[in-house]
Design a protein around this ligand. Structure first.
Ligand SMILES: [Zn+2]
Length: 405
């Protein structure tokens, strides 16, 4: 810069520096210190000289061109990186690297102080144009990438709208349930109460209170599921009757439907778990005639108006006298058919007058009160009513079978 000392203008014509007495207000970009004499002519024509240190402020005239080239390079690099990006987070990296606070465009703006003031708007505009261009390409790439992602997702979750809709399958009442509701309806209509009890029962309620002492053969026959010596899975719902009698609220008119358990092998007519409906009536002056009348009415309601009943003597420990009731075959009306095995009658339930010993054990005076009880297998009714010949069908839960009822 030694040449510059003899002249007052930039010797290269690219700077706008001046020197002399003038100390301008330019923002310095490159400061050159010069120590020398300077000769000046002031306005009055006097020659002045001084030894001084000048600080020159040099703006490069070519800064606009340089900046433009630099911006073009940044822009090209940004677009190159954008085009190479294959994921949204990579695009975001490009955005941060070029447009962010510490990005390359911001760095260009920071070097603005090197640009002559009159050129700054031009450079500012160039920077803005570059920023807008990069942003536009970024947005396009992002939109394209999002679209691709969406399409890939849609492809992955293909929905064939031509497939038939999946129908909601509506539940269906089990034949056992239908039969139970029918029996309950009949007895509720006759003023009976429906009572339920525990499936896990004490030996006392299942056997002893029903006049089946420990050494009674019935206890062996039934081959019970014992939980321990005293607690078992009930073999009959009769225990519910004992619970009701013990409450001491008389008279009683109840039916006790529920699941019972016996150690039977599974076959067409046996299952280790099945259902019973037991009935109990205790009141003053209850006789066998009440039993017959009630059960005859029940049979008519269940199997049809023309149904006849027949009682055969039988033995149950908890009733005396005891009987089994048959109904006239509702298929052939009693003349005999394949359904009733030619007999004209179908065995339907066991019944009898409550044994005085049972009443006594439940603290009911057998001299004052009498009663009758009956028990019917729920499955037996369902099988008869729907002419199902294999009990196992009721437990297999085959929808195709169950849907028929
Ligand atoms: Zn018949």
């Amino acid at each position: 810069m030694s040449d510059a000392l003899s002249i007052s203008e930039c010797p290269y014509g690219i700077c706008i520096w001046k020197f002399g007495w003038y100390r301008g207000l330019f923002v310095p970009c490159r400061v050159i210190s010069v120590r020398d004499f300077l000769m000046h002519t002031d306005e009055q024509g006097r020659t002045l000289s001084c030894l001084m240190t000048h600080e020159f402020i040099i703006y490069r005239k070519d800064m606009v061109v340089t900046m433009k080239e630099k911006l073009e390079k940044i822009k090209a690099e940004a677009i190159r990186q954008i085009n190479m990006s294959d994921a949204l987070d990579k695009l975001n990296d490009v955005r941060v690297n070029f447009l962010g606070k510490k990005g390359e465009l911001t760095a260009v703006l920071k070097s603005m102080k090197e640009v002559a003031p009159e050129d700054r708007p031009k450079v500012g505009q160039l920077v803005n144009e570059a920023r807008e261009e990069i942003e536009r390409v970024l947005e396009e790439a992002k939109a394209g990438m999002e679209k691709k992602l969406r399409e890939a997702k849609m492809k992955a979750e293909v929905i064939d709208v031509t497939l038939p809709a999946q129908k909601n399958s509506v539940g269906h009442r089990h034949p056992n349930t239908i039969a139970l509701e029918e029996v309950e309806r009949i007895f509720i209509g006759m003023g009976y109460e429906v009572v339920e009890g525990p499936e896990i029962e004490k030996d006392y309620y299942n056997f002893e209170a029903l006049n089946i002492p420990a050494d009674h053969p019935a206890k062996d026959e039934q081959d019970t599921f014992y939980i321990n010596g005293d607690i078992l899975l009930r073999t009959q719902t009769s225990g519910v009757q004992v619970h009701e009698m013990e409450k001491g609220r008389l008279p009683i008119r109840m039916i006790a439907p529920g699941r019972v358990f016996r150690a039977d092998e599974v076959d067409a007519t046996h299952s280790p778990s099945f259902h019973q409906i037991e009935g109990l009536v205790i009141d003053k002056n209850i006789t066998f005639a009440d039993l017959k009348g009630t059960l005859a009415e029940f049979a008519k309601e269940l199997f049809g108006e023309g149904t006849k009943v027949k009682f055969r003597p039988h033995h149950f420990p908890f009733t005396e006298p005891s009987a089994e009731m048959d109904v006239s075959c509702f298929k052939c009306g009693g003349s005999g058919c394949r359904f009733c095995k030619g007999e004209g009658w179908i065995e339907i339930l066991g019944c009898g007058m409550v044994h005085p010993k049972v009443l006594k054990m439940c603290h009911i005076d057998p001299e004052e009160y009498t009663g009758f009880a009956f028990g019917v297998g729920l499955e037996r009714i369902a099988l008869l009513k729907y002419e199902i010949d294999d009990m196992r069908l009721l437990y297999e839960n085959d929808i195709r079978f169950l849907k028929q009822f």
